[in-house]
Design a protein around this ligand. Sequence first.
Ligand SMILES: [Zn+2]
Ligand SMILES: [Zn+2]
Length: 307
Amino acid sequence: MLIRVLGSAAGGGFPQWNCGCPNCRGVRGGSIRASARTQECVAVSADGESAWVLLNCSPEIRSQIESFPPLHPRGPRDSPIAAIVLTNGDLDHCLGLLSLRESHRLTVYATDAVQRGFTRGNVLYRTLERFPGQVTWRLMKIGCAEAIVDADGRPTGLTAEAIVTPGKPPVHLEEQKSPEPEDSVGVCVREVRTGRVLAYLSGVASITDDVRRALTGADAVFFDGTFWSSDELPAQGLGSKRAEQMAHLPVAGPNGSLAQLAGVRAGRRIYIHVNNTNPMLREDSSERAAVTAAGWDVAWDGMEVRL
Ligand SMILES: [Zn+2]
Ligand SMILES: [Zn+2]
């Protein structure tokens, strides 16, 4: 299995268009050791060449596809993207679907809650209903491994299993619906031939037994690295919400993911969905050193992991 990180930042990207925080100013001006990142999206292929599965579909999907030649068309109208898996309905995770509208058949895996949130009452979704069968939704049920197939039903050699990760509905639906467990999931992607497992949990508000089980024994773990600390935004004058109120467990602190996951047995450990304010984005920061010392990497755009 080949995992290619197309985008590694949280919503807004790095730098974020309206952000003048020290990190965003520093990366624009080249005065800090950090590289720019697009919003989270990861491509996975069993053979590393064909039948790519996208984990989430960011608003930057067009440039992300162009950035990675194996995702380019092999014919006049073609895409090696076999299927797309959505982990929640946040716009940074699914808005890119609307950009893949050029009369191409798509297969999208999501929970019922995420599908409803994206399609119901969404007048823009009609652009993906231009012809019958333009989008095939395949519902992910918690705890059931589903074979990932393309629009013609051909297998990709991968299965996906949704894991409940404590989260919340997307901001634009918070007033419209009550929260439900399937609003936000992680996904365990397994290569059928080798049994290798990628545990992909990019939005996690707290660590539950389900989360721990999903991580234990995985060959690679991608985990929520949005915020370093609970008060990261208020401390920089960038809003009033703490990390937990945005359904992201911070990396640091006695209850942070670094401490809580120290004992979990897993192969590669990688933080992804990193917010532009997070000090671990700076390669020479003490925060980055702490993460590295604990055996974690911080994902970057273009990173590849082969399992
Ligand atoms: Zn996000
Ligand atoms: Zn910023």
